[in-house]
Design a protein around this ligand. Structure first.
Ligand code: SF4
Length: 335
């Protein structure tokens, strides 16, 4: 337990958390919606500033990031809690704090995480598995130490941080994969207890800040996979983030409160892929399922195959990120 960053005292012992777009108002002993920030006698305290639930080496493609150091391993760190409560969460055992308030995980110092990452000789580190916004203090300090050690930092996020959070963290980040879970306000309200607009604003802010950005949409059959919604979503990426922004379409498999919901048919993922390409997006990918369509990276200029993928196996067709045919450099971080 340690003093939190990004909050304000309003009056007497009333505080407002400024870390995410919920902006929770917290009276003495209240916890925020994320379950991991608490008002202790008028001071906001983080319960996860030094807590991790998972530390492992992953293929960077698993985040998913397809235009960021392809084929490399990324040192991946998760903590506990989330500012969303998605009914379909695949990591609910660490994202949703139980009514008992028990926080899972182990105590660790940021310097220990960077030491571990250096031991594995990685070039990047991801804050992932649960929402990195809610363990901001750990991310903030670890990312600074990692940067000094020449290790890039990445977040895998729902994009619901506050502007202050983004401004404070942005300079320490090299890349982000952000979920755009739907393009409908009622989806965010019903399934996530959140709002769409802050996510859209933050996607644009990350782009403006020069953070390499990839977007993921989990397609849940009958819920967020209608043609009109996918066209709207793809148009937003194209018009507001740029046609070079990779869009990952991910297959849903039943989980948490939607364990019985059917999985996404491959044909629906392929339809969505075509919608993304028709919208003018240069890089649309399909994940969480085996398919010949939507795994590889092609040169947007001449159409040549640049990166071939099968599952997490990656084969570069020449120098990373450079088209072997016409020689252009594709958008991304390659070295
Ligand atoms: S991080 Fe978000 S959900 Fe958690 S206390 Fe702060 S404003 Fe509330």
């Amino acid at each position: 337990m340690s003093h939190a960053m990004l909050w304000e005292n309003l009056k007497e012992e009333l505080t407002r958390c400024q870390l995410c777009a919920h902006g929770c108002l917290l009276k003495k002993n209240d916890k925020g919606r994320c379950g991991v920030r608490i008002n202790k006698n008028g001071t906001l305290v983080s319960l996860v500033a030094n807590v991790v639930t998972s530390v492992q080496l992953d293929p960077v493609e698993k985040k998913p990031l397809y235009h960021f150091l392809p084929g490399s391993k990324i040192f991946s760190v998760g903590s506990a809690g989330c500012n969303f409560s998605c009914s379909f969460c695949q990591n609910f055992s660490i994202s949703q704090i139980p009514p008992s308030g028990r926080i899972p995980g182990k105590i660790v110092a940021p310097s220990q995480l960077v030491d571990m990452a250096e031991t594995h000789s990685v070039r990047s580190m991801a804050f992932t598995y649960n929402e990195p916004t809610v363990f901001f203090e750990l991310v903030h300090e670890t990312a600074a130490l990692a940067k000094n050690a020449g290790i890039r930092s990445v977040i895998v996020s729902n994009g619901y941080m506050s502007q202050e959070c983004l401004q404070t963290l942005g300079r320490r980040l090299s890349a982000a994969n952000v979920d755009l879970k739907s393009f409908r306000e009622d989806f965010y309200k019903k399934y996530c207890n959140a709002r769409l607009q802050p996510v859209l604003d933050n996607l644009k802010a990350l782009k403006t800040a020069g953070v390499w950005l990839e977007v993921t949409t989990l397609l849940i059959p009958g819920i967020n996979d209608g043609d009109a919604e996918l066209r709207d979503l793809a148009a937003f990426i194209h018009n507001e983030l740029g046609p070079e922004t990779p869009w990952h379409l991910s297959a849903f498999h039943g989980a948490y409160k939607m364990a019985e919901h059917p999985a996404t048919p491959l044909s629906r993922l392929e339809d969505a892929w075509r919608i993304g390409r028709a919208a003018g997006l240069s890089f649309v990918y399909i994940g969480n399922v085996r398919t010949l369509l939507g795994g590889n990276t092609f040169c947007p200029h001449c159409g040549e195959l640049v990166i071939e993928r099968s599952g997490y196996a990656v084969r570069l067709k020449g120098k990373a990120g450079i088209c072997p045919s016409c020689g252009i450099t594709l958008p991304g971080i390659w070295q």
